[in-house]
Design a protein around this ligand. Structure first.
Ligand code: ADP
Ligand code: MG
Length: 400
């Protein structure tokens, strides 16, 4: 789960991390009120969206007067910001952070993420922080410094010191920098984060070390321990299909393409996405219907995949174990029926290729051959099925 910058800063502040004074605002009036309250020489108006790259996209404005705060707040609220992280469709700005301007002397980069290869947390630092960090990583990888943290002992002070020296902090601020690292690590562990990214971490002209931007991601599996974090969820930032699927207890991730797939088991679901890609398809989603499906759940999965006209074809790839192929087959029939009723049409509007194997496979196939469902065809193998659905979707695109 992601949260906004202003929320991330509130969480970090509760761990004693230094962040600028700031107040969130949902309207232009609130923005001006906030700026009055902050009463700083320079006020920064920052668009709050779940994506970085706002600075370059015009989402971070420096205001020198209340009039300018008003002007920028009016411009940003409701605007669709397109950054290199949002995709071409962009994200609509619904909230602002009104923040005290910092007197930046130098911008650094600091982050913590899980490293799967070493099963450790890696702290990543660079003295070339700010809006060009991706370029630094690509062109000057030696400027990116890593420190691996064993979670059974935590971040040791000597590691933080080593990082601070390698990042070339000047002697006057080394202690402040290492203290910031230790607190950020505490926050990472304390809140079950999967990422804490500070870009930029700045040293000011007054030799303060401040987190000027903050991006916290949380491990969804740990959220039950953090009701305070769950409360920060901004559903308007999340994919409506993913929210719908989550409510129905389906493991669904929208991948943006047009060949949908419905699979049981996460491993098979990933393999299915791969094989669709192999045959030149553009997977619409990852969907693991799990081990305890009912016809109703299958029908809902179809509705989610078809919603908004996203799926141009569906590949059902089931290896029945705890899941039974006859239940899946009934689910497909039910889906056709529900969709027909809801849309006043004659069933599922796109081609569906079904590959069934495993528990009750004969029964499942029989259900679909005895009472054929419009647009549904059977495939004997996973490879054949994947190839077939990709071909059908391409053909439909050509004819469209
Ligand atoms: P993003 O990463 O989405 O571009 P940032 O919060 O990092 O957004 O802001 C972009 C840049 O704007 C920063 O690198 C910094 O130079 C400047 N900036 C952000 N917040 C402040 C602030 N409070 N005071 C002064 N400059 C700021
Ligand atoms: Mg940033």
């Amino acid at each position: 789960m992601n949260i906004h910058e202003y929320q991330s800063k509130q969480v970090l502040k509760s761990f004693g991390v230094n962040v600028p004074n700031g107040i969130p605002a949902f309207t232009v009036e609130e923005a001006v009120e906030a700026a009055k309250k902050l009463d700083s020489k320079v006020t920064v108006v920052k668009a709050q969206i779940h994506a970085g790259g706002r600075g370059k996209a015009g989402g971070v404005k420096i205001a020198k007067s209340l009039d300018e705060v008003k002007e920028y707040a009016t411009e940003l609220l409701g605007k669709v910001l397109v950054t290199h992280q949002t995709g071409p469709e962009g994200k609509k700005v619904g909230r602002l952070l009104i923040e005290e301007g910092s007197n930046i002397a130098k911008e650094y980069y600091l982050s913590f993420v899980n490293d799967r290869n070493t099963a450790k947390i890696v702290m990543i630092g660079s003295e070339e922080g700010g809006m060009e960090i991706e370029k630094v990583a690509a062109e000057n990888p030696e400027k990116i410094i890593k420190e691996y943290i064993d979670i059974s002992v935590g971040l040791l002070p000597f590691q933080a010191t080593r990082m601070a020296y390698k990042m070339n902090f000047k002697p006057e601020v080394i202690r402040k920098a290492t203290a910031t690292m230790m607190k950020l690590y505490e926050a990472f562990i304390g809140k079950d984060c999967s990422q804490v990214e500070i870009n930029p971490l700045v040293v000011t002209a007054e030799d303060d070390v401040i987190c000027l931007d903050a991006k916290l991601n949380f491990d969804d599996s740990g959220l039950f321990r953090h009701p305070d974090i769950v409360e920060l969820r901004d559903k308007t930032e999340e994919d409506p299909k993913e929210l719908w699927a989550a409510e129905e207890g389906l493991n669904y991730v929208n991948l943006g393409g047009d060949v949908a797939c419905m699979v049981n088991g996460a491993g098979l679901a990933m393999a299915t996405v791969d094989i669709l890609k192999y045959y030149g398809g553009n997977p619409a989603n990852f969907l693991d219907v799990g081990g305890s499906s009912t016809p109703e759940k299958i029908a809902t999965a179809f509705e989610i995949m078809l919603d908004g006209g996203q799926a141009k074809g569906i590949f059902v790839n089931i290896f029945g174990g705890i899941n039974r192929c006859d239940v899946i087959a009934e689910g497909i029939q039910k889906a056709a029926q529900i969709i027909a009723e809801k849309t006043g049409s004659d069933g599922i509007p796109v081609p569906v290729v079904v590959r069934l194997e495993g528990t009750k496979v004969e029964e499942g196939r029989k259900i679909l051959t005895d009472n054929p469902v419009k647009n549904v065809i059977m495939a004997p193998t996973m490879e054949g099925g994947a190839e077939k659905i990709v071909a059908l979707v391409k053909e439909a695109e050509k004819n469209a």
